[in-house]
Design a protein around this ligand. Structure first.
Ligand code: SF4
Length: 240
């Protein structure tokens, strides 16, 4: 049976959201809606054009597998599409002969995920859980806010990521954004410092340029449509 995922974007290489150079998938749709979220363009559930067969997504990542160190799945909220999320992780394990790790971001509390999605938690290596809290500080690596928790679920994860990652601060060298120019759009992947997108927008405005950022939800009259996977897989837009 074909399983479809509502996909916002797909990109390789992503170097800012986990170990090494990774394939990044951003799923579309989030029911959690944390105040201050920098990914509000992913909140609306995907339109029909964004529902893509998991095997089609897997076909695209084939060309990246020989060099990829792992798979990062973010969103949106990946666990709002539990069937697609599990299918994607299983397809990655099936295809990835290099043994890359799977890292998943979720805004659900760790306890909720443990109660509802045990099978999923057994399929991943690294989980970053809990909702974004704007008032919680943003000093810890790989997280948007300091209340979020990192679970290193496998031996591979414990080899690749620092054991004290839950309390480890960002170092200046590590906190970066991947930037990709795709047509008229510039996309960033990574976790920006608080207020960074607003500062970028203001700086561009001073130079006479306007831009929308992912902190601004798209209007329902302007449904986002991912680029056709088969046409420009290397330029599938990425987002912060
Ligand atoms: S931070 Fe994540 S979980 Fe929270 S609203 Fe944004 S996309 Fe959803």
């Amino acid at each position: 049976m074909s399983i479809k995922a509502a996909l916002n974007r797909m990109h390789y290489p992503v170097t800012t959201l986990g170990y090494g150079r990774r394939v990044g998938l951003w799923l579309q749709g989030c029911s959690i809606r944390c105040p201050g979220c920098v990914s509000q363009d992913t909140w609306e559930a995907g339109n029909a054009l964004q529902h893509i067969d998991v095997e089609e997504i897997a076909r695209v990542w084939q060309r990246w597998l020989p060099a990829a160190d792992g798979l990062t799945i973010s969103g949106g909220e990946p666990f709002d599409q539990p069937e697609a999320l599990l299918a994607l992780m299983r397809a990655w394990r099936r295809d990835d002969t290099r043994g890359g790790d799977i890292l998943v971001f979720s805004g659900y509390p760790l306890e909720t995920l443990r109660a509802r999605h045990r099978t999923h938690l057994r399929a991943l290596d690294v989980l970053i859980s809990d909702p974004y809290e704007a008032g919680a500080g943003d000093t810890r690596m790989l997280r948007g806010s300091d209340n979020q928790r990192v679970t290193l679920a496998t031996a591979l994860a414990r080899r690749r990521y620092p054991r004290d990652i839950n309390t480890l601060p960002w170092s200046d060298g590590r906190r970066r954004l991947d930037m990709v120019v795709a047509g008229d759009d510039v996309w960033m992947a990574g976790i920006p410092r608080r207020g960074e997108l607003a500062r970028l927008q203001a700086a561009l405005r001073e130079r006479g340029l306007t831009c929308a950022t992912s902190q601004q939800p798209r209007q329902s009259s302007q449904p986002q449509q991912p680029q056709k996977l088969q046409e420009q897989p290397q330029l599938l837009p990425v987002r912060a």
